[in-house]
Design a protein around this ligand. Sequence first.
Ligand code: COA
Length: 330
Amino acid sequence: MLCAAWCASGEITFVEIIELRHFSSGDLRPLLHAECEIWQSQLDWDYSGSAEMVLRYVDSKILPGFAALDRGRVLGYAFYVLEGIKGVVGDVFVDRAHGSETASRMVEARLLQDLIGAIQDSPGVVRAEAQLLLLPTGMAAEPFGAARFARHPRLFMARSLESQATAAPHPGTIPFGIRTWEDGDFQQVAGLISAAYLHHVDAEINDQYQSTSGSLRFLNNIVRFPGCGTFDQQSSLLAHDLRTNQIAGVVLCSTIRADVGHVTQICVDPRYRSKGLGELLMESAAARLRHRNFRSLSLTVTQANHGAIGLYEKLGFSAQHIFDAFVWNG
Ligand SMILES: CC(C)(COP(=O)(O)OP(=O)(O)OC[C@H]1O[C@@H](n2cnc3c(N)ncnc32)[C@H](O)[C@@H]1OP(=O)(O)O)[C@@H](O)C(=O)NCCC(=O)NCCS
């Protein structure tokens, strides 16, 4: 059991940092309920499915991480998962309703410090990744920076689906066919993703993009698990070259609320870039969601990915929030 004393302006709080395995879902439920409200108000995202999954893992006592306890009340938590030689920070959240902003940040930093230490000390772990969507950029820079993580600011962007995009359709020189995702597409799309992200900043942030087998694991997570919303087959589309039947691009979407879609992946084979295919895929997915009365569509994009941001802005997306991704290569 680890203990930490926190002094914040005008208040002195004694907070204990305790391993998550000592808690049950009942202890953490109020905290996760508060977190769901923040996801809802800040990102228009219904996080309750993910929260329930976390609570199930907490009950099974297999989720590595820590909770911050203040006089018997859980006011924050953080967890990670190990994937072979890599540790991935799953979440960190401190309920700001119970303390000053300064005190909350200190608890957050301490949770992260302990979490990062646990990951870096795990036998065989040589890499760690984190994407903390709720924390504004710079907020967690200190604990990650101290542990030699690189920081990549990312944008959370959204657009309304209530009106058509204003962009003029791209003239297009190649005839493309569009069809919905099928279960037999995993292997081909994994190959497409690893080719599309060769020498790309996002492959530094998520090393699954660096190989076809890693991209298969990424797809498996996106399609079968609710971490990034619930996979939506009807708006997940593949574009193929009608002359050769070659898969040229893909857009994958999930639902993060009953009426809000989220693009979890969009990429185009380098040989088919700048021909309007990215735009065609995105507009086709948006049209299908609009047809089903979805009211908005969101996505995340690395700030350094200027080409993709140019495309999204052209299609009416605007940045709502900037957060950070962190990467450590030990
Ligand atoms: C982003 C990506 C999907 C765009 O696909 P694409 O088929 O090349 O895009 P389009 O041809 O439809 O481009 C449409 C518009 O987007 C903008 N755009 C696209 N790529 C751009 C680039 N590299 N630089 C600047 N603007 C760019 C332009 O405004 C372009 O309009 P224009 O052709 O009239 O100038 C593609 O570059 C890709 O797969 N990149 C690697 C993976 C990736 O970054 N995915 C996004 C992760 S968030």
